[in-house]
Design a binder for this molecule. Structure first.
Ligand code: SAH
Length: 341
């Protein structure tokens, strides 16, 4: 299971191989991932055979395509039954991969499908990184018509709370940057706002992008949507965001899942704009993707437009996230696979 050992420890997997062979394998795993070991053409057949069938730490249980081939969702399954989803989205100038940091999630946000199903387990660094490697291997074999054939952006917006699995997420990010050669800026960690985790991230050597799932401008409303707010209320969160920005000089993104008659009022828009202005943060509005267990609904397009305009009118920069993957249940907050055990 080469992705389950650290890239620097690959030698241990291949004790009888010369050092340059280990380096060749490392290149295949981290720089030019391929779907099967058969494609690792510069490795001896015996070594390829030895690794065959053991390349990926998780099996692909299902692959679904939507949006005319520009969105692909994978359901991976680990040997212990843990299920993991990732979503690849091709755009004209970038290819973005949304990955999971945990199987399930313990945060229990009331509008999120993953939250309704609860927590299964943390993912290991290799299981997190393998999602990126697999998407790159897939893109190499099946490029999308108008998008780069390589994952340029990674967003931790699949299943799980990345800052609740800090060490593994950190190590996966380290592999993306130091071994696979991605830029820190192109990696976005999205969080409900676990402030000690934000501070740890701020102290890391690489400037990743931080996205805060705010969704409400006052604690009373936020507690109803994001139960973690009781532990880390809005003021604490914003203070941590400020420290993060000061450390890395990176503008934070505020995420706002827009729910009809919940957080789509002009009042909330104004308070959100004030928060964003004070932080110097960018606002990203995500129209709620309805899920069977959540009572909240998506507002009308007119209402959505009005909310975004209201935030902008107060001087903050606010954009509307395009909705990808709805037809294959791959949109934000719809990932929710449970183990079959
Ligand atoms: N736990 C992290 C990352 C996973 S969720 C976090 O909360 O940020 C990624 C984003 O999708 C978050 O902003 C989350 O609030 C949002 N989201 C969750 N459920 C959603 C839904 N049903 N519709 C739209 N966005 C949703």
């Amino acid at each position: 299971m080469p992705y389950l050992v650290a890239p620097e420890a690959l030698e241990e997997l291949l004790p009888d191989q010369p050092r340059y062979r280990v380096e060749q394998l490392r290149q295949w795993l981290y720089r030019h991932p391929v779907l099967t070991t058969a494609e690792m053409t510069n490795l001896p057949k015996s070594l390829r055979a030895e690794l065959a069938g053991r390349l990926w730490p998780m099996q692909v249980e299902a692959q679904q395509t939507g949006d005319g081939g520009r969105t692909v969702k994978w359901l991976f399954r680990a040997p212990d039954g843990a299920a993991v989803e990732a979503v690849l989205m091709g755009y004209p100038r970038r290819t973005t991969l949304c990955i999971s940091s945990q199987a399930g999630c313990a945060m229990r946000c009331t509008f999120c499908a993953t939250g309704q199903f609860g927590f299964e387990r943390h993912l290991a660094p290799g299981e997190i990184f393998a999602q990126v490697a697999y998407a790159n291997a897939h893109l190499r074999a099946h490029p999308m018509p108008d998008s780069p054939a390589r994952v340029g952006n990674v967003v931790f917006m699949g299943m799980g709370e990345p800052l609740a699995n800090y060490d593994s997420v950190r190590e996966a990010i380290r592999r993306m940057i130091e071994v696979a050669g991605m830029s820190g800026r192109s990696i976005t960690v999205s969080t409900v706002g676990i402030t000690p985790g934000i501070d740890r991230l701020a102290a890391e050597p690489w400037p990743v992008t931080l996205a805060l799932s705010l969704h409400a401008a006052d604690d009373h409303l936020r507690e109803q949507l994001v139960p973690q707010n009781r532990r880390y209320p809005i003021d604490d969160l914003l203070a941590a965001a400020q420290r993060f920005q000061r450390g890395h000089g990176r503008r934070v993104t505020l995420e706002w899942t827009l729910m009809a008659d919940v957080n789509d009022s002009a009042d909330q828009a104004r308070s959100l704009a004030a928060i964003a202005l004070e932080l110097g943060a960018h606002v990203n509005v995500i129209p709620m993707n309805p899920t069977p267990l959540a009572p909240q609904q998506r507002p009308s397009p007119e209402r959505t437009r009005r909310f975004v305009d209201e935030v902008n009118r107060h001087g903050a920069t606010c954009t509307l996230r395009d909705t990808r993957g709805t037809e294959i249940d791959a949109a934000c907050g719809q990932l929710r696979v449970r183990a079959a055990t």
